[in-house]
Design a protein around this ligand. Structure first.
Ligand code: CAA
Length: 258
């Protein structure tokens, strides 16, 4: 008997779509789901035709957090020995652009999963939050770090210390979410954004992603220097030659990803 599929994987041209598939637990992120999710991300990253990745939940829940039933009896040593939380970092390090398509609950690890993606498209019903404090812990998959970087210290402090949920509109106003769309359109809009990016020259997309992510981690001089090196390196690509030639010849470029 094959193992239950905690995710569904499909492709839509150059876009890889991963859908979390544990409706009975509101897509709580158990070990099996996370293993399958990271493996799918790695497969898409290694597949040249795939140029952008969408991670989606259902209309009711993106993900209601790490699976509480898998860890309620754990000791610190067991939690530390468990490779799963550190495996989460793999998603943030994916070289291809990632978009979270969020509707319904995105709580705890669910909010952290969305924030580990490069962009978030949210439905009007999306509810975000880091409620770990309400069950005696703190975010353990990046919540204190990514939320703070995204929305600032005071807001992150209040949200993590109270566990209060926040709406898609609040998340959008604070810059956490790229756009808020009607519930029925959240997946289509996320895919549309992914398709738009997938049509761009992939080596430049990856370089831009790398440079923007570094902007959050390094001082300005280091960041500017890194940006310049990446900029120079793109002059070694066919897509740079084609992009600039097409501009001069007043035609659409044909990017080949080289
Ligand atoms: N872990 C395990 N199971 C979960 C779960 C979770 N995080 N969230 C929901 N479920 C399960 C419920 O136990 C329930 O299962 P049963 O039918 O077998 O009882 C099922 O999903 C449906 O959930 P509810 O009946 O609770 O649905 P609701 O609509 O009444 O409430 C909810 C929805 C507000 C999201 C509520 O389920 C909830 O508060 N979930 C927990 C949210 C949370 O605390 N997340 C943080 C987890 S810790 C974490 O993520 C650590 C980290 O940083 C990595």
């Amino acid at each position: 008997m094959s193992a239950k599929k905690e995710i569904l994987v499909e492709t839509d041209g150059p876009v890889g779509v991963i859908t979390l598939n544990r409706p009975e637990a509101l897509n709580a992120l158990n070990h099996a789901l996370m293993e399958q999710l990271i493996a799918a991300v790695e497969d898409f990253e290694a597949a040249p035709p795939i140029r952008a990745i969408v991670i989606a939940g259902s209309e009711r829940a993106f993900a209601a957090g790490a699976d509480i039933k898998e860890m309620d009896q754990a000791t610190p040593a067991q939690m530390k020995a468990d490779p799963h939380l550190s495996r989460w970092d793999r998603l943030g390090k994916c070289s291809k652009p990632t978009i979270a398509a969020v509707s319904g609950f995105a709580l705890g690890g669910g909010c952290e999963l969305a924030m580990a993606c490069d962009m978030i498209v949210a439905s009007e019903s999306a509810v975000f939050g880091q409620p770990e404090i309400l069950i005696g812990v703190i975010p353990g998959a990046g919540g204190t770090q990514r939320l703070t970087r995204a929305i600032g210290k005071s807001r992150a402090m209040e949200l993590v210390l109270t566990g209060r949920r926040f709406t898609a509109r609040e998340a959008h106003a604070w810059g956490l979410v790229n756009r808020v769309v009607p519930v029925e359109a959240f997946l289509t809009e996320a895919k549309k954004l992914a398709q738009e990016i997938a049509a761009k020259p992939p080596i430049a997309v990856s370089a831009a992603k790398d440079a923007i992510n570094k902007a959050l981690d390094v001082d300005l001089d280091t960041g500017l220097s890194l940006e310049r090196q990446l900029f120079y390196s793109l002059f070694d690509t066919q897509d740079q030659k084609e992009g600039m030639k097409a501009f001069i010849e007043k035609r659409e470029p044909r990017f080949v990803g080289k």
